[in-house]
Design a protein around this ligand. Structure first.
Ligand code: GLU
Ligand code: MG
Length: 437
């Protein structure tokens, strides 16, 4: 068979999918200068490939502009063409960023945080997923046998990530049925979001090449274990010094970290519309699933929406260098760029308003009623995507921080998605998201 190498210009879109167009590799230099055409209404293609209400209709054109810093080429040496893609930004024909470009939305949020608060973000996305083809009997959680059973897939995946320029850290057979987790080391925020996109796609392609199938769906069945995306964050000042930690701060948080966390928790009911954006995400965001069900922060608490992570006091690295917070109310139905941008915007508003340190929670909040929660300044997070979208619609801070008509377009997208699944029974619903992600 004859082959000509192709490169795929990719965007991480509002549906949390990676879409784009491929072109012959011989045209790469020219494409890096001139880009590839794209259609505005594509932003309203949901994860189920249904186009929801679009203000653009059949009109307009955009340019997808590949960023050569994000080029991924992985040759698996298995007789099939290499995976070759480049993450891209979406711009208007005059070269200005398009209002719904998720990568640009994150870039703008990071620029604003640096301009107003003088800090940059270091991040790492921790991903859980399940192999739908493995179907091992129960008893494998964290086990060597569960790991070894997938050693071909996991070692091929590690090689693929490294080949793509990522820095693999840990691979494990997680707790849920046929569930695995892969982590990579922290890096500057934009690169970390790019890495999350690459990691998801290479996990899927590696699984396929190993005659497996991987899903990052937020949860596979109501009684199952969720697949979380935990986003670790720390901050640096203009000289690159870590500023997340203060030995005298509550929970070890510096004043700027505390205000950032308070800002995120204040808007969390709206924020989850962007970080946990599927209908079934709200089955995962329930108590006792080690995800997040309330707008709380806790020290080393895996039920907290924001967990203050442990530090190894015996490590060669200083506590200030290690100290980080973990946002747990996210899943892989969200574009990593959009999820991180939303967190940064909410955190920045907290810094601007000089919000005080939120109380550290060390109890089981599911045992408290609404009033007891309110007296602690806490609330149960929305229990459906529709409720989260309504909180998002009412939240003026987000509407003002996000570019152009993005907030309304996003709301229409998610409303269309809710509508599409509304008559599905539970089995169809979970299966539909399972194959979408
Ligand atoms: N599977 C859990 C989630 O949905 C996380 C478990 C853990 O702490 O790693 O977020
Ligand atoms: Mg985990």
């Amino acid at each position: 068979m004859i082959h000509e190498p192709l490169v795929f210009a990719a965007i991480s879109d509002v549906a949390g999918k990676v879409r784009g167009k491929a072109f012959p590799l011989i045209d790469l230099e020219q494409r890096l200068r001139s880009g590839i055409g794209w259609t505005p209404t594509n932003v309203q293609i949901t994860c189920f490939d249904v186009i929801t209400q679009s203000p653009y209709g059949s009109f307009g054109d955009l340019i997808m502009m590949p960023d050569p810093d994000t080029e991924v080429r992985v040759d698996y040496d298995d007789g099939r063409p290499a995976e070759h893609f480049i993450l891209s930004g979406l711009q208007n024909l005059d070269g200005s960023p398009w209002e719904c470009c998720t990568r640009h939305i994150l870039k703008a949020a990071l620029v604003e945080l640096e301009r107003v608060a003088g800090i940059t973000v270091i991040a790492a996305f921790e991903h859980e997923f399940q192999l739908t083809t493995a179907m091992r009997p129960a008893g494998d959680a964290y086990s060597y046998i569960g790991f070894s059973d997938q050693s071909i897939f996991l070692s091929t995946l590690t090689a693929a990530l490294r080949e793509a320029g990522l820095d693999p850290e840990c691979v494990m057979r997680e707790y849920g049925a046929d569930q695995y987790e892969v982590t990579v080391r922290p890096e500057p925020a934009l690169a970390a979001a790019d890495t999350a996109v690459v990691l998801r796609e290479l996990t899927r392609t590696t699984a396929t090449r190993c005659a497996q199938a991987a899903t990052f769906t937020p949860i596979r069945e109501p009684s199952g274990v969720g697949n979380g995306v935990h986003i670790h964050l720390s901050f640096r000042d203009a000289d690159g010094r870590p500023v997340t930690y203060d030995a005298d701060g509550i929970g070890g948080m510096s004043a700027i970290t505390a205000s950032f966390v308070a800002g995120v928790l204040r808007d969390l009911d709206a924020l989850v519309a962007l970080t946990a954006p599927s209908v079934i995400s709200y089955t995962r965001l329930t108590p006792h699933r080690w995800s997040a069900a309330f707008n709380n922060v806790g020290v080393q608490d895996r039920e907290a929406a924001i967990r203050i992570c442990p530090v190894n006091e015996a490590s060669e690295h200083s506590i200030a260098d290690q100290f980080n917070i973990e946002f747990r109310a996210a899943d892989a139905a969200a574009s990593p760029h959009l999820a991180l941008a939303a967190i940064v915007h909410a955190g920045l508003e907290g810094i601007k308003d000089r919000l005080p340190t939120p109380p550290l929670v060390d109890e089981d909040l599911s045992l408290l009623g609404t009033q007891a929660l309110a007296s602690r300044g806490l609330q149960r997070l929305p229990t459906s995507l529709a409720d989260a979208i309504e909180c998002f619609r009412r939240n003026e801070r987000f509407a003002n921080a996000l570019p152009g008509d993005f907030a309304e377009i996003y709301r229409l997208h998610k409303t269309g998605e809710i509508d599409y699944v509304k008559d599905m029974n539970s089995e169809r619903l979970y299966a539909a998201y399972g194959s979408a992600y």
